[in-house]
Design a protein around this ligand. Structure first.
Ligand code: PBG
Length: 324
């Protein structure tokens, strides 16, 4: 089957996250997972966010769950020494990301919704999101690697494998592989409308995923492109079987969120990215001013049609009761 609308209804926590119309319940907190034990390494450019080993991450997520955050997005950060040209480690079941997912699922089961980032860039020595062939990112050679990564996440227990690479045809390829392997309740959140944005800088430090040379403009979308390109990407992913369609970044593309939300019959997510977070954090102190700013930003996402909000502000927002 290409489409399984039941995937978004599978658990009460998925339904609350996607369909509740409550900003509070639709938030997803991102995390960076590293190897080792007892590691809690603050990311300088992103106040309040750190790279954590599995044991520390479990404590962090436990306190988040107690506070009422049920949506969590995990990024695996891989040691430079383990990177290679084909991102082999990204699909290794012994890596911290897969271990964290398995432990979290064992602990929380259906009471948590886990999203896991599927891309090559955190595990390639060249830092690109695909397989390099003749000095170009080769779309079709990259698909089998993305499938391996997605299947390893599904095996660990991820609720939504989240394809952020922007290769053509990857949703179809991943959906087919999930079906073949019997993962009929694993969802795909596709970073469908993802721009080659200058707002990802702090994330690339955090995940050590900067391209060694060149940029991501041959696959991520041109920031000058109009609605046609956005609708093309969103509707293609919908047809290929994506369960949630994402627009990223969020704040500079609210017009696109609205158009995409009107054009697809799947839930829409926005990713309030690292550079957007840093802008707010560097211009406010903890307190009422930051609260008001984040409220205004999240209301704009909801007004534009976002059903799910991925944001580094999620923890503070839920902890401070900033939203109903
Ligand atoms: C991986 C990926 C990126 C982000 C999410 N997944 C970086 C990129 O595409 O360069 C950015 C998230 C953020 O800036 O917070 N491809």
């Amino acid at each position: 089957m290409k489409r399984r609308p039941r995937i978004n209804r599978w658990t009460a926590s998925r339904r609350n996250l996607v369909f509740s119309n409550s900003i509070r319940q639709s938030l997803v907190q991102p995390h960076f997972v590293v190897a080792g034990t007892g590691v809690n390494e603050p990311i300088e450019s992103m106040p309040g966010i750190s790279r954590q080993s599995v044991d520390v991450l479990l404590e962090t997520i436990d306190s988040d769950v107690q506070n009422g955050i049920h949506g969590h997005m995990l990024f695996g950060v891989i040691d430079n020494a383990l990177k290679d040209s084909i991102a082999s480690k990204a699909s290794d079941s012994e890596m911290p990301l897969q271990k964290a997912v398995a432990e979290l699922k064992e602990k929380y089961g259906k009471n948590i919704v886990l999203f896991t980032d599927v891309c090559l860039c955190t595990a390639t020595d060249h830092g690109h999101c695909g397989i390099i062939h003749d000095n170009e990112i080769d779309n079709d050679l990259t698909l089998p690697e993305l499938i391996k990564i997605a299947i390893s996440h599904a095996k660990a227990g991820s609720d939504y494998v989240s394809a952020s690479d922007m290769m053509d045809g990857r949703v179809k390829a991943i959906r087919k592989a999930l079906e073949n392997e019997g993962f009929t309740d694993t969802g795909i959140m596709s970073y469908s409308v993802k721009y080659a944005s200058s707002f990802y800088g702090p994330f690339r430090d955090a995940a050590s995923s900067s391209p060694e040379h060149g940029d991501r403009k041959s696959h991520q979308m041109d920031v000058r492109s109009g609605y046609k390109e956005a609708i093309l990407e969103a509707t293609s992913d919908e047809k290929e079987g994506a369960d949630i369609i994402m627009v990223k970044p969020a704040m500079t593309y609210l017009d696109v969120v609205r158009r995409v939300s009107d054009a697809v019959s799947r839930p829409v997510a926005v990713y309030n990215v690292s550079g957007e977070y840093t802008m707010v954090m560097s211009s406010t102190e903890e307190g009422p001013q930051r609260k008001a700013m984040v409220q205004e930003i999240f209301y704009s996402f909801a007004r534009a049609g976002a059903d799910v909000i991925v944001s580094y502000h999620a923890r503070e927002a839920v902890h401070g009761n900033w939203f109903d």
